[in-house]
Structure formats: structure tokens, C-alpha cells
Design a protein around this ligand. Structure first.
Ligand SMILES: *[C@@H]1O[C@H](CO)[C@@H](O)[C@H](O)[C@H]1NC(C)=O
Ligand SMILES: *[C@@H]1O[C@H](CO)[C@@H](O)[C@H](O)[C@H]1NC(C)=O
Ligand SMILES: *[C@@H]1O[C@H](CO)[C@@H](O)[C@H](O)[C@H]1NC(C)=O
Ligand SMILES: *[C@@H]1O[C@H](CO)[C@@H](O)[C@H](O)[C@H]1NC(C)=O
Ligand SMILES: *[C@@H]1O[C@H](CO)[C@@H](O)[C@H](O)[C@H]1NC(C)=O
Ligand SMILES: *[C@@H]1O[C@H](CO)[C@@H](O)[C@H](O)[C@H]1NC(C)=O
Ligand SMILES: *[C@@H]1O[C@H](CO)[C@@H](O)[C@H](O)[C@H]1NC(C)=O
Ligand SMILES: *[C@@H]1O[C@H](CO)[C@@H](O)[C@H](O)[C@H]1NC(C)=O
Ligand SMILES: *[C@@H]1O[C@H](CO)[C@@H](O)[C@H](O)[C@H]1NC(C)=O
Ligand SMILES: *[C@@H]1O[C@H](CO)[C@@H](O)[C@H](O)[C@H]1NC(C)=O
Ligand SMILES: *[C@@H]1O[C@H](CO)[C@@H](O)[C@H](O)[C@H]1NC(C)=O
Ligand SMILES: *[C@@H]1O[C@H](CO)[C@@H](O)[C@H](O)[C@H]1NC(C)=O
Length: 434
């Protein structure tokens, strides 16, 4: 499963104000909302931070530079070790981690919580890693439809995954993606000897420019060599190779109305399971995360030590440079063109955009639900359509009702690269989650 679209859409909703413009490889963002975020929406402010895709934005300089890797060993014990993503504007010196959703303190560790009304929680590193070793000590949640994930995700949508589906507590599923291309066939399971719910496992990712290893409790469970990923047609390695941040999440795969996604997640989620009474939510534990940075690839252009930027349009590692650029914005309407960060780096004072609209909570109001074929239920002029990149996107049209048959036909028209049904299924699942 490509978890990104499922996990993080809830989060994206928080920062979308009104009718947003969609973006993709062939339709980059317009100049006044130049940043294409990871969900394929154009915007300013937080749209230009982590997840901003330089290949789909107005141009290469719309997205803010990303905070560089730094070695750290973090024992998670207090919720104040995490900054709300809503209060984070790119200054990694403020916090190593952010959160969206519900986090709680328990027994010298941190709980990621999930209820029906708050159906995903994700914590993210503020810093990016461009090759390195990450160990995260995690206890999964459990039961049908409940997914616990630990991933690396880059701005050009390279992805490395660990996922547990709560119906099988003796497996971590591993997967990887290159530039958001949805090829589902690369999944492999690592079997554990003890329960992922009852016991902590140290999930390790050892990532170099030549190979990726998934390591559970110190034992290598999977190795992927870059040379195995060569695509002769496109003359590229389909290998995760760009600076990525760490994300650990709990989400409701089984809340989908789509049978494929529900099946993958182990069945429909039960919102009246005993956990929902005591303690009142589904839960996963994170205990610690340690990061060791490796050197950038030899030959990398390096004019500083603070940030990663993209300097070319291929989105592969040869287009990444290390600079001294600032990574933070000084206003919610700033962009890479005018980051408004010429003052102090230590204390960011945010200026609300003039219409006060960014970021506001579409998430709490109505939404173009999609699950029941409803279009534009909050009358904000925004409906959804699917445009073929694997991500739900906004369209400014108010006329085209979102429904399953539209979706399927869009999918068929857009591409025959992938299994139409399963991909459409994921999209529907995403809509339901929102
Ligand atoms: C991107 O566009 C902005 C705004 O027009 C401009 O200031 C900047 O120089 C451009 N950057 C590149 C790399 O073309
Ligand atoms: C993290 O801990 C390891 C031992 O587990 C140690 O080798 C490493 O130096 C520590 N890193 C930092 C940044 O403290
Ligand atoms: C992180 O490093 C510390 C030592 O600094 C160690 O106690 C802890 O177990 C490590 N955590 C993981 C997940 O490896
Ligand atoms: C991995 O395990 C899951 C859950 O047990 C199973 O449904 C899936 O088919 C397995 N995947 C592979 C690639 O073996
Ligand atoms: C890939 O590289 C590894 C390590 O260098 C090597 O053992 C393997 O034979 C290579 N595989 C291919 C398909 O070239
Ligand atoms: C290789 O790239 C081509 C062109 O981009 C694409 O059509 C094809 O599906 C890719 N093959 C694999 C194995 O990913
Ligand atoms: C980088 O991308 C370009 C264009 O897609 C491609 O020609 C080149 O082979 C890629 N390099 C690597 C190392 O994948
Ligand atoms: C930065 O903050 C310090 C302390 O508040 C202040 O003295 C200084 O003038 C500020 N510098 C700028 C450029 O705003
Ligand atoms: C930044 O804010 C903190 C906490 O409010 C304060 O202690 C510190 O002096 C401020 N630094 C600057 C440079 O203004
Ligand atoms: C952001 O809004 C402020 C206050 O309304 C304004 O002064 C500033 O020019 C705006 N910046 C951009 C990049 O639009
Ligand atoms: C990009 O978006 C446009 C407009 O939404 C759509 O027509 C086009 O098919 C999309 N292209 C890709 C490659 O997804
Ligand atoms: C997906 O990847 C597999 C193995 O790398 C390849 O054989 C297959 O052609 C790819 N599928 C598509 C649709 O590109």
C-alpha cells in the first residue's frame, strides 16, 4: 500500500483554505500560489515547506530549502518534544519532531492515538535525511483495519516504508516507491517471532546511495540494491534517492468503503472495539528514534551546511545541493520567492495572511466528501478529481460531481499503467478517510 495518500490527507486538510488549484508534473502551480504540496495542491506558506514538490511547483525556487540531517538519539517521553505541525514554519532548531493528530504520554513513551473522529495521527522529523541509518523503537496497534507505519518520504515523493496491518501482528510489510510512481509490486514481508503489538521492535532503515536495508531487531530482513531498480526505458534508477523526512503514523485503512483497501488492511475497522472504550482510542507506542547521518553522494555540490535544495528538474540525487540557505518562512503567506525571513532565526513571528485564511480548518467543516458521490458539500467551490499521479487533487470546477464512476473513468483515461480498480480503490479510500 502506498500509505502517503491515506495517512496524510487528513493533515493537508488543515492547511487548505478555499478552492485550491491542483498541480502535477504537467501542470505546475501558478505564480501567486507557487508551491505544489505533497497532495498536489498549490498554495503558499506551509505548502512551501516539507512535502513541497519542486518539480510540480511554479519553478525550482518556490519551495523552501529543507533542514539538513543531524545525528540525534531521541527518547520519546513528553508530548512537548513535538511541535504541532500547525505551529511549525521550517525552523528545525525549534524542534526535531512535529505531530498532527493526537499524541499522549504513557509510561515513559508516547502514544499515537486514533478515534473515529480523529482517524490518523502522524509524527514527523523536522530534519531531512539524505542517506543514513534510522532506528525507531515502536509497538504497533492491533485489530482489523488498523495500520501502523514508519516511513521515509521525500519532496519528490521517494518513499521507504514499514507497515503493520493490525490483523497480522507477526509481520512488518516493507515497500519503496520512486517519485510517487505507484507500482505496488515491490512489497515484501518481514516476519517477526513475537507480537508487534505486545512487544517493541526496533525498526531499522540503513540507506546508502547503493542499497537499502530493512533491519528488524538488528537482523537484516530485506536488502534492495540500487542496481536492481534500473529502468532501461527511462534510463533512471527507480530507487529512493532524495532527502527524506521520517514519519511514524497510525491510520485507519479499514475505514475505507473499498474492498481492496479494507482487505489489505485486514478488514473493516471496528469503531466499537474495546480499545475505544478503554482507553478510548486505538494506540501505537513510539519509544525512541535514533538517527545517524551518512555523507552525501560524492560529487554533491556543497556551498554550505544548513539545507538541501533541488537545482535541476530530474528529481534524482544529482540534482540535490547542500547550501547555507534558511529553511524557515517568516509569514504564513511567504514562499520561496519571498520567505520573509531576514530577521532573527531564533524566534519566528508569524504574520497571518491578509484575509486570515491560512491555515484554516476545512477539516472541521464540510468537505467534498466523495464517499457518497457528493460534490462540494461545503460550497467552497472545491471538488475533487483524480488526475493520475496517485494522489487526490483539488479541481476548481464546481460542476463535476465526484462519484465512483467518474473516478473510474478518469482513471482509465489517465493511464493504463496500473491496475485501474486497485488504484481507484485507494483514491476512494482516501476520500472516505477525509
Ligand atoms: C522562479 O520565479 C520567481 C518569480 O518569478 C523568480 O524570482 C525566480 O528567479 C525564479 N527561479 C528560477 C530558478 O527560475
Ligand atoms: C546515539 O547512541 C549511539 C549508541 O546507541 C551512539 O553511538 C551515538 O553516538 C549516539 N548519537 C548521538 C547523536 O548522541
Ligand atoms: C537510541 O540510542 C540510545 C543510546 O543513546 C539507546 O539507549 C536506545 O535504545 C536507542 N534506540 C534505538 C531505537 O535504537
Ligand atoms: C504480507 O503479509 C500480508 C499480511 O499477512 C499478506 O496479506 C501479504 O500478501 C503478504 N505480502 C507478501 C508480498 O508476501
Ligand atoms: C548489484 O550490486 C550488488 C552489490 O554491489 C551485487 O552483489 C549484485 O550482483 C548487483 N546486481 C546486479 C543485478 O547487478
Ligand atoms: C520504466 O519507465 C517507463 C517509462 O517511464 C515506464 O513506462 C515503465 O513502466 C517503467 N518500468 C518499470 C519496471 O517501472
Ligand atoms: C537522472 O534523471 C535523468 C532524467 O530523468 C536521467 O537521464 C538520468 O539517468 C538519471 N540519473 C540516474 C543516476 O538515475
Ligand atoms: C534579533 O533579536 C535580538 C534579541 O531579541 C535583537 O536584539 C536583534 O535586534 C534582532 N535582530 C534582528 C535582525 O531583528
Ligand atoms: C526567543 O524566545 C524565548 C522564549 O520566549 C526567549 O527566552 C528568547 O530570549 C527569545 N530570543 C530572542 C533572540 O528573541
Ligand atoms: C504577506 O502578507 C503581508 C501582510 O499582509 C504582506 O505585507 C506581505 O507582502 C505578504 N507577502 C507575500 C509574499 O505575499
Ligand atoms: C495534470 O493535471 C491536469 C489538470 O488537472 C490533467 O488534465 C492532467 O491529466 C494531469 N497530468 C498528469 C500527468 O497527471
Ligand atoms: C512494477 O515493477 C515490476 C518489478 O520491478 C515490473 O516488472 C513491472 O513492470 C512494474 N509495473 C509497472 C506497471 O511499471
Amino acid at each position: 500500500m502506498h500509505i502517503l495518500s491515506l495517512v496524510l490527507l487528513v493533515a493537508s486538510v488543515l492547511k487548505v483554505s478555499s478552492a485550491a488549484i491542483s498541480c502535477n508534473a504537467t501542470n505546475p502551480c501558478p505564480i501567486d500560489t507557487p508551491c505544489c504540496d505533497q497532495y498536489g495542491l498549490c498554495g503558499v506558506g506551509s505548502f512551501c515547506l516539507a512535502g513541497c514538490n519542486p518539480l510540480w511547483s511554479y519553478n525550482m525556487s518556490a519551495c523552501m530549502p529543507q533542514p539538513i540531517c543531524k545525528n540525534s538519539n531521541t527518547s520519546f517521553t513528553k508530548t512537548n518534544q513535538f511541535l504541532s505541525e500547525d505551529d511549525y514554519y521550517g525552523d528545525a532548531s525549534q524542534s526535531d519532531w512535529t505531530y498532527q493528530g493526537t499524541i499522549l504520554e504513557y509510561d515513559d513513551s508516547i502514544i499515537l492515538a486514533m478515534t473515529e473522529s480523529a482517524s490518523s495521527t502522524v509524527v514527523s522529523s523536522t530534519r531531512f535525511i539524505w542517506y543514513g541509518h534510522i532506528d525507531a523503537r515502536i509497538k504497533s496497534s492491533h485489530l482489523a483495519g488498523v495500520v501502523t507505519a514508519f516511513i521515509l518520504f521525500s519532496n519528490v515523493q521517494d518513499e521507504v516504508d514499514y507497515e503493520n496491518v493490525g490483523v497480522d501482528l507477526y509481520k512488518w510489510q516493507t515497500n519503496y516507491y520512486y517519485q510517487g510512481i505507484l507500482n505496488w509490486t515491490h512489497s515484501k514481508n518481514i516476519t517477526t517471532t513475537d507480537s508487534t503489538f505486545d512487544n517493541y521492535h526496533v525498526l531499522g532503515i540503513d540507506w546508502t546511495e547503493d542499497r537499502l536495508q530493512w533491519i528488524v531487531n538488528g537482523e537484516v530482513g530485506r536488502t534492495l540494491y540500487k542496481n536492481e531498480t534500473w529502468n532501461a526505458t527511462s534510463q533512471s534508477y527507480y530507487y529512493p534517492q532524495t532527502p527524506s523526512r521520517i514519519q511514524i503514523s497510525l491510520w485507519a485503512g479499514g475505514a475505507s468503503k473499498d474492498i481492496g483497501t479494507v482487505d489489505w488492511a485486514g478488514g473493516a475497522i471496528d469503531w466499537s472495539a474495546p480499545d475505544l472504550t478503554d482507553p478510548g482510542y486505538y494506540y501505537a507506542f513510539i519509544d525512541s528514534a535514533n538517527i545517524t547521518c551518512y555523507d552525501p553522494p560524492s560529487g554533491t555540490k556543497q556551498s554550505g551546511t544548513n539545507a538541501y535544495i533541488y537545482t535541476g528538474t530530474t528529481g534524482n540525487q544529482s540534482d540535490v545541493e547542500i547550501t547555507d540557505d534558511k529553511t524557515w518562512i517568516g509569514s504564513t503567506n511567504a514562499t520561496g520567492f519571498n520567505p520573509q525571513n531576514s530577521g532573527n532565526t531564533s524566534n519566528i513571528t508569524l504574520t497571518k495572511s491578509s484575509d486570515g485564511s491560512t491555515p484554516t480548518g476545512l477539516g472541521t467543516g464540510g468537505h467534498a466528501d466523495g464517499d457518497d458521490g457528493e460534490a462540494d458539500s461545503n460550497n467552497d467551490g472545491t471538488t475533487y478529481t483524480y488526475t493520475g499521479s496517485g494522489f487526490i487533487q483539488f479541481a476548481s470546477s464546481t460542476s463535476s460531481a465526484f462519484n465512483v464512476s467518474n473516478l473510474a473513468s478518469v482513471r482509465v483515461d489517465a493511464s493504463n499503467l496500473f491496475n485501474v480498480i486497485s488504484l481507484a480503490a485507494v483514491v476512494i479510500a482516501t476520500m472516505v478517510l477525509m
